[in-house]
Design a protein around this ligand. Sequence first.
Ligand code: GDP
Length: 374
Amino acid sequence: MTEDKPNRKKRDSHPSALHVVRGVEGGHDGLPGNSRKNTERKKPSAENHGLTTAQYIEGVLAGDRTILGKAITLIESNAPAHQNQAQDVLRELLPHTGCSLRVGITGIPGAGKSTFIETLGCRLTAQDHKVAVMAVDPSSSLTRGSILGDKTRMEQLSREPGAFIRPSPSGGTLGGVARKTRETMLVFEAAGYDVILVETIGVGQSEITVRSMVDFFLLILIAGGGDELQGLKRGVMEIADAVLINKVDGDNIKPARLAQTDYQRALHYLQPATRGWQTEAHLASSLTGYGIDDIWKVILKFREITGRNGEFDRRRREQSRDWLHTMLEERLKDLFYRHPNVEKKLPEIEQKVMNGRLPVTIAAWELLQTFEKE
Ligand code: GDP
């Protein structure tokens, strides 16, 4: 994709993405760890994380990996002081965002997503692309770190200076994880990353969420997986811009070719996920590298065609609008349920509804009245 690369200065980068960045002081606990007082008392430095907003902005724009990591940690923090500073940083970075190709990758565990990302990612960095890898895993707060957090995965790619791998934030809810992932994506773009790969851990809603933040959505399957095994495949096939049958090597070659024919047929009956683009089934082996360059060419062709017919920009504009509404809905819901009078009244009204003593519509109206009055 060299021809699509934004015209940027060569950026300073650290040799290894495995460099672990400590979390911001006072983060994740609701305590302001970065108040004005703190920064005044201590001289801001890369060590104590008390970076000023200007330092975050300059560092990210210069492609400084350490500051980039810290900026992402700031975005992921739940502490109100960090969130405020993160928004200040994002506001300034916004004019420098949007210039990457955002690719979502989904598939059942074991389909070969991370092996695919490793193989493709290494080829792209070899072509001078800067590749950011993220994951959306709403269960990561339960499982204590997503699969991506496991350092044995993508070992080769994680050593590439042109790659940055970030495990899923543990936001608790999918909404929290989605917000953090979207904002992190913008920071990566401002730092000059021109290919962003977002892996979904294949469970239900997270696929729709990732679809809503990427330009191209790739579904990785394996031949002979069986429909039941591949779970939500049918629904996911409808939102995919390409299906990739992986592990096309050794004894798998023949079944994979048969599966490709089946998927091609199935895909032709589906409404395309993107207007003006026909989703097709492709073959690859992330292990041998077969088909990897071809699928990247498919992604580039998609970029070219949708760029020409306006779909690319239209989708991005709609995604921004939908994101605004999602954030508003989440915030309003939060305000409602945290309202002291609603909190007080809710258990009693719930009981009445459950006992059949109050119609649901009236119950909802009463609670909304309580909320609106204040
Ligand atoms: P993920 O859970 O979807 O991320 O899957 P992984 O990338 O972790 O791969 C699961 C297993 O499949 C690992 O043992 C990989 O080595 C193997 N695998 C991945 N891609 C291929 C491939 O193209 N061919 C073969 N034969 N094995 C593969």
